[in-house]
Design a protein around this ligand. Structure first.
Ligand SMILES: CC(C)(COP(=O)(O)OP(=O)(O)OC[C@H]1O[C@@H](n2cnc3c(N)ncnc32)[C@H](O)[C@@H]1OP(=O)(O)O)[C@@H](O)C(=O)NCCC(=O)NCCS
Length: 368
């Protein structure tokens, strides 16, 4: 057995075999198609593996991207396609790979991992759900109440990409997507491993936003996987999106960072159910993350408080200090929930309630 080590470019087909077997019933090349930003020669340094006799038997992969959280640029490792060959499970291989990925990510300047899963493997390392998002189920009749005569939808056209990029970048929390990520998404029309419908929203004929959606065969609802644009115009487009897919209702998650769409839907009487943001978060460099988020803390609680915020680590415990105020959290997961928000646990008070939660992300087209 060899590892943990980085994948070599010529081993991409061998890795493909492992992940296609584990996730895609052995359909050759399916994972590569669904995750082409992850499984490509330029990203092999971020694919950590064990091999045995020429076969890849365990894998923890990530892409590394900048994200903007409330205007602060933070480095995120998006971890996914975590797999161990059946015959090698339960020997601690994936745990060792995750540990190695954390060390290498930290050395490369990563602040946190966003992981598409929540099993013990990740939780033992300190990953947890965070974020104060809300899931809306919008019946077609309710969506029709939000219609505006000037708003329409049409399939994505090549010339729309700059509008999509501009609309997306206006979100309070967003990936700073390299053009390759956008091009890959609009060429494959795959979102979160599913074939998806890419629709441009127009207002008086002018492109101004978009939705990416699919109808799920599990519930026959039209799921909006990513949207961007002025909240009122997005709300006005929902009925046409549902009608286009013969769906009686839509499902979408309103991030905690989008209080305007939240308010329109709430005012329309639509039920909003608390959910967390995408995946689980594992902070790999707490101190650096706090420093990178200081401009956000300043917008929320003032320059003085943002400068005085200090986080000290004492064994497993984290102590947040700001002037006279201090709060102790029992471990990394609790500290992460305190910082990024959790619907039930570790809610901040006093000066910390002003600063936190820091904005959280939804995967959308950047799912790994
Ligand atoms: C998930 C998967 C990658 C784990 O691979 P692995 O090499 O067997 O992982 P490990 O040996 O490190 O851990 C396996 C189990 O051993 C036990 N274990 C390992 N280390 C442990 C520890 N320190 N303490 C307690 N239990 C431990 C746990 O039960 C763990 O399962 P958990 O993640 O549900 O808690 C593998 O089962 C797999 O490929 N599953 C199918 C694909 C999948 O679900 N991927 C994850 C998507 S989120």
């Amino acid at each position: 057995m060899e590892g943990p080590r980085r994948l070599l470019a010529h081993e991409l087909p061998a890795l493909g075999k492992l992940v296609d077997n584990v996730f895609m019933n052995g359909t050759d090349g399916a994972m590569n198609r669904a995750f082409s930003t992850l499984f490509n020669a330029a990203n092999t340094d971020n694919l950590i593996v064990f091999s045995d006799d020429g076969r890849i038997v365990s894998h923890v992969g990530r892409t590394e991207r900048w994200v903007s959280l409330g205007g602060c640029t933070v480095r995120v490792g998006c971890v996914g396609a975590v797999a161990t060959d059946d015959a090698y499970r339960g020997q601690g291989l994936a745990s060792k790979l995750l540990f190695q990925a954390c060390a290498e990510g930290m050395a490369a300047g990563v602040d946190l991992f966003m992981i598409s899963g929540g099993r013990g493997l990740y939780r033992r390392a300190g990953a947890t759900e965070v974020g104060l998002d809300y899931r809306a189920t919008v019946e077609l009749a309710a969506a029709r109440d939000l219609v505006l005569a000037s708003v329409a939808i049409r399939p994505f056209e090549d010339g729309d990409l700059p509008i999509w990029m501009a609309a997306y970048q206006q979100k309070l929390a967003h990936y700073v997507r390299p053009s390759e990520d956008w091009e890959c998404a609009v060429q494959t029309r795959i979102c979160q491993t599913f074939d998806a419908d890419f629709l441009t929203i127009t207002n008086a004929g002018v492109p101004c936003g978009y939705v990416v959606c699919r109808v799920s065969e599990e519930d026959w609802l039209c799921h909006i996987m990513e949207y961007a644009g002025d909240a009122r115009l997005v709300a006005a487009a929902l009925a046409q999106v549902a009608e286009r897919h013969d769906a009686h209702a839509l499902r979408l998650v309103i991030p905690g960072t989008d209080p305007i769409l939240f308010a329109y839907l709430e005012r329309a009487g639509i039920a909003l159910e608390p959910v967390h943001s995408s995946g689980t978060l594992l902070i790999v460099n707490f101190q650096q993350l706090i420093d990178r988020l200081r401009p956000w803390f300043a917008t929320r609680a003032g320059l003085d408080a943002a400068e005085r915020l200090d986080v000290q680590r004492d064994g497993d415990r984290f102590v947040f200090i700001c002037g006279d105020a201090s709060v102790e959290l029992e471990n990394l997961a609790a500290a992460t929930e305190f910082l990024f928000g959790h619907h039930e646990r570790n809610r901040p008070s006093g000066v910390f309630a002003k600063m936190f939660p820091a904005p959280t992300l939804r995967y959308g087209l950047s799912f790994i």
